[in-house]
Design a protein around this ligand. Structure first.
Ligand code: ADP
Ligand code: MG
Length: 218
């Protein structure tokens, strides 16, 4: 369903991605691994429309994403993709519940009441029933990351992209977060593309993609 064809990306003379072809199937977890500087984040950003390739195309189903611009691009990102980063990127002055509601407010489809209900359900599903009204600084690293997962899921995206989501967690919280990804795959048929240095997570994925010298070695 998500398809990248012949992706090339350079920074000046540095060719980071040489010719990447990748298919991510619905309901699967794909892990991306490789040495630091190999181009993992670059690829994730291109797949997630946060960055554009110099050559090649990305499609979701049959829709080309690499030519989306302006309002269409913003709408696509809001509606079809979710992001989770190494550092949660939650807004510090808002509560967990408010942070999770924001993507839905931006989409501007549902009533405030429906948005609050869905955000509450998601946070409860992720074990954060008692943290709804806490600000990020009042939560543990694991709780912050689970809030970021809820935020990423809020608009029921086709794909969730995660860039080293457990890179800042201790091993217990990392394992809990990884188990959560697999649970969401099984319960919601949620698709994930996850850049990780965690070998256990990488190997548990449905598909593991290694980037080396700008190419995929599977
Ligand atoms: N905006 C940029 N400008 C110049 N070089 C960049 C930029 N972003 C990434 N790079 C370079 O591209 C390479 C791949 O980066 P990145 O995708 O972040 O690697 P990874 O996530 O695998 O550690 C690195 O050598 C990095 O320095
Ligand atoms: Mg990176």
């Amino acid at each position: 369903m998500l398809r990248a064809e012949n992706i090339v990306k350079r920074y000046g003379n540095l060719v980071v991605l040489k010719s990447i072809n990748l298919i991510v199937e619905q309901g699967k977890i794909v892990s991306i691994v490789g040495a630091s500087g190999a181009g993992k984040s670059t690829l994730l950003h291109i797949l997630g429309t946060l960055d554009k390739p110099d050559r090649g195309k990305v499609f979701l189903d049959d829709r080309e994403l690499t030519n989306l611009k302006g309002g269409q691009l913003a709408e696509y990102r809001n509606r079809y993709v979710g992001f989770i980063f190494q550092f949660h990127n939650l807004l510090p002055e808002f509560t967990a519940l408010e942070n999770v509601c924001i993507p839905a407010y931006l989409a501007n489809h549902a009533s405030d009441k429906d948005v609050t209900m869905r955000a509450t359900e998601l946070l409860e599903r992720l074990g954060l029933r008692d943290r709804l009204h806490h600000k990020p600084s009042e939560m543990s690293g694991g709780e912050q990351q689970r809030t970021a997962v809820a935020r990423a899921l809020m608009n029921n995206p086709s794909v969730v992209f995660a860039d080293e989501p457990s890179g800042n967690l201790d091993s217990r919280n990392a394992e809990e977060l990884h188990n959560l990804f697999f649970r969401l795959r099984d319960e919601l048929n949620q698709t994930f593309v996850i850049v990780t240095h965690n070998e256990e997570l990488a190997n548990m994925a449905d598909q593991k993609v290694e980037i080396k010298d700008g190419m995929i070695v599977e």
